[in-house]
Ligand binder design. Structure first.
Ligand code: SAM
Length: 214
């Protein structure tokens, strides 16, 4: 985090500057709303949910509103500044609470839904494994995890070389999202059903993981 993403998540000035919907929309090449809708489509009002890290822009308050007062949203982030920014956004939403915690280690309650929005590609592969395993262990019976992240674009995609360049410059751990399906980061993938859908010519993916009932 310190070596690669200091400028984006640890620098207070940049963090406040970047924490805007239009910035997220630019980074996601105009797909922000579409991917946000893809996440919300998996979340039932009244459910208990865990959001695995702070996300810039309005996604997290929208998630909390969608869940509503009958449900509960726990958000974790490993960086105090990010946890604080998130807390400020959620101040008028009592169904939501923010904890300072590492997604690879956090163990709270069991959740109906675990959301991991563009976190995996920022982690070294060993940490991707630890985070996927830990998040899946937070699922209640019949619960679902939703991973939304980068994916390998189709071969003819005109933005393929651009994405490669962005990864080389800013996202050194993202290239492995092109080579590995998210299920390969779980130590026991057979315990779950995995359903993948891709967006924007394969640049993005949503993977919905359902814990099988024993
Ligand atoms: C969700 S990711 C990237 C999201 C996306 N780029 C955006 O628009 O914000 C960024 C967040 O993940 C947090 N983070 C990184 N590693 C983490 C970990 N192991 N556990 C919890 N949070 C983590 C960072 O502190 C940062 O707030």
């Amino acid at each position: 985090m310190q070596d690669v993403y200091q400028w984006a998540y640890l620098d207070p000035h940049n963090a406040r500057l970047l924490d805007k919907d239009f910035i997220v929309s630019t980074i996601l090449l105009g797909n922000n709303r579409r991917l946000k809708r893809a996440l919300l489509a998996e979340v039932g009002p009244g459910s208990t949910a865990l959001q695995a890290a702070h996300v810039y822009g309005g996604l997290i308050p929208e998630l909390a509103r969608h869940i509503g007062h009958a449900g509960r949203l726990d958000v974790i982030d490993v960086v105090p500044l990010q946890a604080e920014l998130c807390r400020q956004k959620l101040a008028d939403l009592p169904q939501a609470e923010v904890f300072l915690a590492d997604a690879a280690e956090f163990s709270g309650r069991q959740y109906d839904l675990v959301s991991c929005f563009f976190l995996l590609h920022e982690l070294p592969d060993m940490t991707k494994h630890a985070v996927v395993d830990n998040l899946l262990s937070c699922l209640a019976e019949g619960g679902r995890a939703v991973f939304i992240d980068y994916h390998r674009p189709v071969n003819w995609h005109p933005l393929r070389p651009v994405m490669r360049m962005i990864y080389n410059l800013f996202e050194p751990f993202a290239a492995s999202m092109w080579k590995n399906d998210i299920c390969t980061f779980a130590c026991d993938p057979g315990l779950y059903d995995w359903e993948k859908r891709t967006y924007f010519g394969g640049i993005y993916q949503k993977v919905v993981v359902t814990r099988r009932r024993p």
